[in-house]
Design a protein around this ligand. Structure first.
Ligand code: ATP
Ligand code: MG
Length: 572
């Protein structure tokens, strides 16, 4: 492609509307334009990247035996009423009416439509397993569309749905999809991790998310370098401490803490570390009462773990100050487990403390030297907290680390949730109707583009992983209008590289060299060739690698071979 024929507008300033680097750089590079909140136009250079991602996804899905189809983006309400999701999905669902006042939605996902296909097409176990997929536009009316392509309202997703007679078959396809996903993200040149996930609303059994590691990620991922353990922070188990509680050595002492309501304030006043304090949080109980949850002062409550406890109301609700006052006789900052009449559940790490500080259940006071078993009945214990870096890995390999991640893929074992609701069954070996088991497998195709930039950029712009770059090579032509020989040499190079199967962008615009170099860096092509009068006189062009910045002078005749060697063999 010739840049002289592409109306490209790039800019130096960071656009005010964009908070994250991927969004800023795509706008600055003229790859993306915003139409309205969460709605974007893919400009020609950006679209090339999207199509490349799509193609890798398609190739690996095909290789894994999945069958591509294309379902309508607009879906009738009746299907969603069959599964109950017309009401459950709430405002995320963009609803509309046709001229006959019939209700429709713009599909945020396609379980209902594919299950409808399956119940019509699949009649016998002999036709199973089947794995259908599509690459298609979704619409979710996200509460807070932000971060450009990362949380858009309209976005491109690859969604696959598999159908099975039994669980063994479902597991086999699930594993095949996990492998295909790992291949896809590896081929795209991304650093990623598969993590065990909370299967959340879609519901079902096993579920894994694939995260691209990047500081701007919305999710915290806990992982261990020495074993296979990786999980979303929401889900990562905190192991109970291996060392038992030490014996009580201090006597219980009431201390005045008149204005110290937070753990930090209490610790400062008493000059103790937060690890030696307990904090007590009062939450709604499943039976309508209240429960006191007790954590070590430096730990954070994990709301998903807490809400999953049998006695605790789900979703989790923290008691307000008036409820705490009524239940414990003090403001929330002074509540503690000693003498409290509420049921107490202590986190494993809180339950092994001895000689600790906690609230005295009296305004303006804390207790020091408190001990379980002596001052408070032995508590019921549970895993209530978020894992912190350095905790032992459940995989046994050593301490865990925490990184930020961007969810780019998600695979689920759905089971029979949708097939039961929608009556999608086949005849089994004994001629009996059996509801099909399902798996579903999503990839955020457009989000991948943003995630790749979040992971691969520098101060000058995007550094595309080679397989995603809009072009593999950019040729910067210096002062083409001034020198015919420069134009001729650049044209010849352009033809030779294209004939060798290389994707080339030529910057033949009438712009200053500085502008061209800056744009080449911003646009992020992995390899840059510069053709100028001075180099040509010596029969040379200049090569520069975008990622390392390494430069080299090349003889004109060697350029094609050199670039081919840099690009490596084309993927099979
Ligand atoms: P999230 O937790 O980020 O809201 P999700 O779990 O609701 O995502 P899924 O239903 O698992 O999303 O959809 C499959 C994939 O689609 C996700 O892994 C993600 O990569 C992508 N995706 C989901 N929502 C968006 C969005 N608003 N914009 C861009 N991509 C999205
Ligand atoms: Mg998800």
């Amino acid at each position: 492609m010739r840049l002289s024929q592409l109306p490209l507008t790039t800019f130096k300033e960071v656009p005010a509307e964009a908070e994250v680097i991927s969004h800023q750089l795509m706008l600055r590079a003229g790859m993306l334009r915003r139409l309205a909140s969460g709605l974007f136009t893919w400009m020609p250079l950006g679209l090339r990247v999207l199509r490349k991602v799509e193609q890798v996804v398609r190739e690996e899905m095909d290789r894994a035996g999945a069958l591509e189809l294309l379902m309508p983006a607009v879906q009738p309400a009746e299907l969603w009423q069959e599964t109950g999701r017309w009401d459950l999905y709430g405002n995320l669902l963009l609803r509309m009416r046709d001229r006959h006042e019939r209700e429709f939605c713009f599909g945020p996902t396609h379980e209902e439509v594919i299950t409808d296909i399956a119940r019509r097409e699949l009649k016998s176990y002999r036709q199973l397993p089947v794995n259908y997929y599509q690459i298609q536009t979704k619409f979710r009316d996200e509460i807070r569309p932000r971060f450009g392509l990362m949380r858009a309202r309209e976005f491109l997703m690859k969604d696959a749905y598999s159908f099975h007679l039994d669980h063994a078959s479902l597991q086999k396809t699930y594993e095949a999809m996990a492998d295909a996903y790992a291949t896809i993200f590896t081929r795209l040149g991304l650093r990623f991790r598969p993590v065990e996930a909370d299967s959340g609303e879609i519901g079902g059994a096993r579920s894994q998310e694939f995260h691209v590691l990047a500081d701007s990620g919305e999710d915290a991922i806990v992982y261990c370098d020495a074993d296979d353990f990786a999980a979303n922070l929401e889900m990562a188990p905190a192991l109970a401490p291996a060392t038992p509680r030490s014996a009580a050595t201090q006597r219980l002492d009431k201390v005045s803490t008149p204005n110290q309501r937070t753990i930090d304030e209490v610790c400062d006043l008493l000059d103790i570390p937060a690890q030696q304090c307990l904090k007590t949080l009062v939450v709604a109980a499943a039976d309508g009462g209240l429960i006191a949850l007790v954590l070590r002062g430096d730990h954070e409550l994990n709301p998903i773990k807490a809400a999953a406890l049998p006695g605790v109301a789900a979703p989790l609700r923290l008691a307000d100050a008036a409820e705490v006052q009524a239940a414990a006789g003090c403001p929330p900052g002074f509540i503690g487990p000693v003498g409290v009449t509420l049921p107490v559940i202590a986190d494993h790490s809180a339950a092994v403390l001895a000689d600790f500080v906690c609230g005295a259940n009296e305004d303006g006071f804390h207790l020091a030297g408190a001990n379980w078993g002596r001052d408070i009945p032995e508590p019921e214990t549970a895993d209530l907290r978020n894992v912190v870096a350095g905790d032992p890995s459940p995989g046994g390999g050593g301490p865990v680390r925490i990184a930020r991640g961007i969810e780019v893929g998600h695979i689920f074992e759905l089971g029979d949730k949708y097939s039961r609701a929608m009556n999608a069954s086949v005849l089994d070996q004994d001629g009996k109707e059996s509801p099909m088991l399902m798996g579903c497998y999503g990839i955020g195709v457009s989000r991948i583009v943003a995630a790749a930039i979040e992971q691969n950029h520098d101060d000058n712009g995007i550094i595309w992983p080679e397989p995603m770059a809009p072009f593999q090579v950019v040729i910067v032509v210096l002062n083409p209008k001034k020198s015919e020989s420069v134009t001729a040499a650049a044209d010849a190079l352009y033809d030779d590289l294209q004939n060798a199967g290389v994707e080339v962008l030529v910057d033949d615009r009438k712009a200053r060299p500085g502008v061209k170099f800056a744009d080449a860096d911003l646009l992020g092509m992995p390899h840059r060739l510069t053709v100028g009068e001075r180099g040509l006189a010596a029969g040379q062009v200049e090569y520069r690698e975008r990622r390392s910045g390494a430069e080299e002078k090349l003889a004109l005749d060697d350029v094609v071979k050199f670039i081919q060697a840099k690009l490596g063999p084309a993927p099979a």
